[in-house]
Design a protein around this ligand. Structure first.
Ligand code: NAD
Ligand code: AHE
Ligand code: ZN
Length: 369
């Protein structure tokens, strides 16, 4: 079948809207029609050419919501017409990781996914007879996409797709980082570095956890209004100080902050976040994704004196099991999604979404098909 899609033909070039060919779903696969997709900074990261797993030409996008159109052979857990969110972290339920309660990092399709391929090693997308690669097992910048059955969470059909698509990545990642990875407790202090879709979701999660002080840090002060609405108690622009931000935070708190979160993808800020953590027990959670060749550093003394460095993918959430409940929570108002949607546009305007992100003007642009 034909599908309108935004294709990244090469790194650092605008996406091109073309009509792709989409092959039918094979065994264990599902064809879905996207209704909406968010644009996450990780899409921009891969488009920049900095992603070691980046392959081109590719259909990017991994924060979508849609409806099942066709089932491949053997698919039993979904039916045509089901409403779904594609998962870049699959949940097969059978691998060592799925069986463990310690991790959401299912490995069933991860290897082929990282090469832009379906589990059988081929692509379902083509253009003028040439293969177009998949992205993060989702490729939501296409009206139609094919994904493995184990990479789909079935959600309440009454859910508002324009909002719940953000549970496909950004909001789930931030909330999960707070509740599953850091396990923030009532009264704990929290510092959030970077107030985009991910960082603001961390702020929301910290408020849900009844954190005490919530420091919201960004070099773009335009982000502070929303951060305060989500529950930030102190908004800080590092550029307002002539000393390192970790020194500022330690001086404001005496011994540092209980939980810090890096939501930017900048290894220097990752260091600052770790060094802002409380002596003796503070932990710093890396959420941001850094480019090829980038490495983190700190004085080992920072760890010797009790700080811990951790990371999180998709907020530690097991998508098929937990995402439907998060959608219900959003429908009940327990998770707030509306403020994240700052811009809406048709697929044809998707390059504007990237511009708005780079200009610091959007939290999430949501594309409708
Ligand atoms: P975004 O571009 O919307 O937000 C980033 C924010 O960081 C912006 O507000 C920007 O002003 C701020 N910033 C940039 N440099 C700064 C600095 N030096 N100090 C303070 N603030 C600074 O991005 P996003 O979509 O929220 O994504 C954030 C990061 O999280 C990206 O690296 C993305 O790839 C990553 N991410 C990771 C996961 C995961 O599962 N680990 C999931 C989603 C996104
Ligand atoms: N391809 C990159 C890794 C990128 C990365 O870390 N991705 C996050 C999700 S970002 C969503 O916006 C993630 O889930 N990582 C775990 C995984 O299995 O990919 C690289 O460095 O190769
Ligand atoms: Zn993302």
């Amino acid at each position: 079948m034909k599908s309108r899609a935004a294709v990244a033909f090469a790194p650092n070039e605008p996406l091109q809207i073309v009509e792709l060919d989409v092959a039918p779903p094979k065994k264990g696969e599902v064809l879905i029609k996207l209704t909406h997709t968010g644009v996450c900074h990780t899409d921009a990261y891969t488009l920049s050419g900095e992603d070691p797993e980046g392959v081109f030409p590719v259909v990017l996008g991994h924060e979508g919501a849609g409806v099942v159109v066709e089932l491949g052979e053997g698919v039993t857990s979904l039916a045509v017409g089901d409403h779904v969110i594609p998962l870049y972290t699959a949940e097969c339920g059978e691998c060592e990781f799925c069986k463990s309660n310690k991790s959401n990092l299912c490995v069933a399709v991860r290897e082929t996914q990282g090469k832009g391929l379906m589990p059988d090693g081929t692509t379902r997308f083509s253009y003028n007879g040439e293969p177009i690669y998949h992205y993060m097992g989702c490729s939501t910048f296409s009206e139609y996409t094919v994904v493995p059955e184990i990479s789909l969470a079935k959600i309440n059909p009454q859910a508002n797709h324009e909002q719940v698509c953000l549970l496909g990545c950004g909001v789930t990642t931030g909330l999960g980082a707070v509740h599953n990875t850091a396990k923030v407790q009532e009264g704990d202090s929290v510092a959030v570095f970077g107030l985009g879709g991910i960082g603001l979701a961390v702020v929301q999660g910290a408020k849900q956890a009844k954190a005490g002080r919530i420091f919201a840090i960004d070099t773009n002060p335009e982000k502070f209004k929303l951060a305060k609405e989500f529950g930030a108690t102190d908004c800080i622009n590092p550029n307002d100080y002539d000393k390192p931000i970790q020194q500022v935070l330690v001086e404001m708190t005496k011994w540092g902050v209980d939980h810090t979160f890096e939501c930017i993808g900048n290894v220097n800020v990752m260091r600052a976040a770790l060094e802002s953590a409380h002596r003796g027990w503070g932990q710093s959670i890396i959420i941001g994704v850094a480019g090829a060749g980038k490495e983190i550093a700190t004085r080992p003394f920072q760890l010797v004196t009790g700080r811990t460095w951790k990371g999180t993918a998709f907020g530690g959430v097991k998508g098929r099991t937990q995402l439907p409940g998060m959608v219900e929570d959003a429908m009940k108002g327990k998770i707030s999604l509306a403020p994240f949607v700052t811009h809406r546009m048709p697929l044809e305007d998707i390059n504007k979404a990237f511009d708005l992100m780079h200009e610091g003007k959007s939290i999430r642009s949501v594309i409708h098909f």
